[in-house]
Ligand binder design. Structure first.
Ligand code: NAD
Length: 480
């Protein structure tokens, strides 16, 4: 067991909430060996039985929802309503994937030969290495572990170093639900140590990773030597388009929720707002007034609208982008400074007169900062929205159905919302992005099963003779 430790710190107060072993390569080795051994039994447990454990897990999450919500406001910092939503997403995912235990559908299809049967089935892959961020500390582990487990894989989870308490509770409840201890294990610690050791481990054929683009690239490179399956959910630079015919009150509500909810620390946060010039002035003043009404404070306080950033480094990074924006000539309308005193609070920040090529319009800030970009037409709006390297979420506020459908078709993103902000995914549709947001895989929905299974095609010949496909049934010439 690693002798070094690290602390979990409350971002609203700086209070130390717990001390954890700082896992290293030896800890990863032990966990993987156990998970590998457990796989041989777990893969043979009938999938409906594995699904039943997920139903029990969902019930346990529900029973502990208040406790987990409260802990999340303390360890991660998001406000109560959002923390409850995070836990609810895990409950939903666990019920949904529990149901997969009785589906996990494959295909049957007729053979080209007589007396021959064909089908495809999903097979588990083995030990899954799951590496998760701190911003959805219960939901994201559920997105990964529920499908991995129902498909018959075992898992070693390396949770974010900022939220180890929540990860520990999550895994405790899975064990309580009946999932054997060897089937799911946690190795706490830092990315470059425990995380990288997991990615490089030869007995871990699948890595499912959510985090930043830079780490995603490092993970891909480290996994390449063993040709692993790598599933990446990375950053975003999501835009809301507000057209001249939009319901502006609704648009402002959507922007406030998407830009400042979770203090902007969501992969789907709206850090760009692309606005038609006809409503630019009005939207600016409504948005600034709404941003300035938001109350900052600890997440557990009922009065709080916006909680703290996760840690000091995040606060410094967000503030450095305010300087970048000012240097680039953008106009700071409100915010742009940390709050004095304990905790890592940053004022909701709105920049105006931003051009699409500025760094604050291109780079993921991961804080409560959004950039207003004026445009003259729908075409210019779509071009601006698509001018970033990321492609996770997108949104358009318009009452014109033709424009809405063009946006659904033309926005380069894994998710498009019409007349809603950029956040609000539900667990039964695929979740993920195009371009530098990922590598073509999806979380959630049926699509998640593809990450955690390999297809096997099975041919059963009951003719009693050797039948050669493509040869014994070769097409006969057409009759003259
Ligand atoms: P991060 O990349 O710093 O860390 C994520 C995880 O990777 C942590 O557990 C960390 O310890 C680990 N890690 C770090 N270096 C590693 C390495 N070399 N090898 C293996 N593991 C390593 O990201 P973060 O700051 O925790 O999270 C914020 C980022 O996550 C943002 O970019 C955000 O957009 C993204 N995110 C994406 C989604 C999505 O679904 N697309 C969801 C949430 C967050």
């Amino acid at each position: 067991m690693a002798s070094a430790t690290f602390e979990s710190v409350a971002p609203a107060t700086g209070e130390v909430l717990g001390t954890f072993p700082r896992g290293d390569a030896a800890d990863v080795d032990r966990a993987v060996a156990t998970a590998r051994e457990a796989f041989e039994d777990w893969r043979l447990v009938p999938a409906p039985e594995r699904g039943n454990m997920l139903f029990r897990f969902a019930e346990l999450l529900r029973a502990h929802k208040d406790e987990l919500t409260d802990l999340m406001t303390r360890e991660m910092g998001k406000v109560k309503a959002e923390a409850g939503g995070d836990v609810q997403e895990a409950i939903d995912m666990s019920f949904y994937m529990g149901g997969e235990g009785r589906r996990l559908f494959g295909h049957t299809t007729p053979s080209e030969l007589r007396d021959k049967f064909m089908m495809s089935v999903r097979m588990p892959v083995g030990v899954v290495g799951a590496i998760t961020p701190w911003n959805f500390p219960i939901a994201i582990p559920a997105w990964k572990l529920c499908p991995a487990l129902v498909c018959g894989n075992t898992v070693v989870l390396k949770p974010a170093e900022d939220t180890p308490l929540l990860a520990a509770r999550f895994v405790d409840l899975l064990h309580q639900a009946g999932v054997p201890e060897g089937v799911v294990q946690v190795v706490n610690g830092f990315g470059e140590e425990a995380g990288e050791a997991l990615v490089r481990h030869p007995d871990v054929p699948v890595i499912t990773f959510t985090g930043s683009r830079e780490t995603g690239i490092a993970v891909t490179k480290a996994a390449a030597d063993h040709l692993k399956h790598v599933h990446l959910e990375l950053g975003g630079k999501n835009a809301i388009i507000v057209m001249d015919d939009a319901d502006l009150e609704l648009a402002v509500e959507g922007i406030v929720w998407s830009a400042f909810g979770t203090s902007g620390q969501r992969c789907t946060a709206a850090s760009r707002v692309i606005v038609h010039e006809a409503v630019y002035g009005e939207l600016q003043s409504k948005l600034v007034a709404a941003a300035e009404r938001l109350r900052l404070g600890p997440g557990w306080d009922d009065e709080t609208d916006v909680g703290p950033l996760i840690n000091r480094a995040a606060l410094d990074k967000v503030h450095s982008y305010t300087r970048v924006g000012l240097d680039e000539g953008a106009k700071l309308l409100t915010g742009g400074e940390p709050v004095e005193g304990a905790g890592f609070f940053y004022r909701p920040t709105v920049f105006a007169d931003v051009s699409p090529r500025m760094r604050i319009a291109q780079e993921e800030i991961f804080g409560p900062t959004t950039a207003l970009i004026p445009v003259r037409s729908f075409e210019e709006a779509v071009a601006a929205a698509n001018s970033v390297e990321y492609g996770l979420s997108s949104s358009i506020f318009t009452r014109d159905v033709n424009r809405a459908f063009r946006a659904m078709r033309d926005l380069q993103a894994g998710i498009t919302y019409v007349n809603a902000g950029t956040t609000g995914a539900e667990v039964h549709l695929p979740f993920g992005g195009v371009k530098a947001t990922g590598n073509g895989h999806r979380e959630a929905g049926q699509a998640a099963l593809d990450v955690f299974t390999e297809w096997k095609s099975i041919y059963v010949d009951y003719s009693g003779k050797l039948q050669r496909a493509q040869i014994d049934n070769a097409e006969r010439p057409a009759p003259r």
